[in-house]
Design a protein around this ligand. Structure first.
Ligand code: SF4
Length: 237
């Protein structure tokens, strides 16, 4: 399917109305809708300026309670023409400090996994389901995920990747609307809004459970196969 056709499907899938927010209002939190960028994000697709425009909107977003304790919203980063779109759960402490996704130890492991399939971090796009850090690294709540999903869908629309890799249970369950454990979801190819979707373990989990790295590597080899990437000779096995 052409990029243009997939783009149209993203456009039609975006919410027509602003997402209705929590009925209970909090001071400083806009409980009506996520803000819309001042300029249209419609055609043409994926320019760095369009992503920058959306990131500026996210930086000022106060549509859910997660805005209250953030130091920085973490929009996401990478190539505006990325073939692979990685989605994690939420920013952690280091990400919140720096305003960048996956920059702590888990991010360093993700970088190594990306390099193992012959790519660099700047070749892909990396973001999270929610853009602001939940306090004490708790899981984001369903309403927070729902509210922030409009930004995620806008990013997908702009970048129009060939493959989404959901990192960990929160991302996989959110996109698949499933309550299955990541151990059951991982490695199974499906789709999200017309784009191929492959869940795998979150790198933070792999740091705690190194024995699962073998399965994660199988998933990354599937990523390489799906995109016809030639594995570097030193990792072909
Ligand atoms: S998590 Fe998303 S919806 Fe909530 S305040 Fe941050 S950017 Fe806005």
């Amino acid at each position: 399917m052409s990029k243009a056709a997939r783009s149209n499907r993203f456009t039609s899938s975006l919410p027509k109305n602003a997402i209705v927010m929590a009925k209970k209002k909090s001071p400083g939190i806009n409980t009506q809708s996520v803000p819309q960028p001042e300029q249209s994000l419609d055609e043409p697709l994926a320019t760095p300026n369009q992503l920058k425009l959306l990131s500026q909107t996210v930086a000022q977003c106060r549509a859910c309670e997660l805005c209250a304790n953030r130091k920085n919203a973490v929009f996401g980063e990478g190539s505006s023409r990325a073939r692979i779109f990685f989605i994690g759960e939420a920013p952690g402490e280091t990400e919140d400090e720096l305003g960048q996704p996956f920059v702590g130890p888990a991010g360093q492991l993700l970088d190594k996994m990306i390099e193992a399939i012959g790519l660099k971090r700047e070749d892909v796009y990396i973001t999270n389901v929610v853009k602001c850090r939940p306090s004490e690294n708790r899981d984001p709540k369903p309403l927070e995920i729902q509210t922030c999903s409009e930004y995620l869908n806008q990013q997908l629309k702009l970048i129009n990747p060939e493959l989404i890799v959901a990192l960990g249970s929160v991302a996989a369950q959110t996109l698949l609307k499933s309550e299955e454990k990541i151990s059951l979801l991982r490695g199974k190819l499906s789709s999200y809004q017309g784009v191929k979707l492959l869940p795998t373990f979150h790198p933070a989990y792999l740091l705690k459970s190194p024995s699962s790295k073998k399965q994660a590597w199988e998933d990354f080899k599937q990523v390489a196969s799906l995109l016809n990437l030639a594995l570097p000779k030193k990792v072909q096995s």
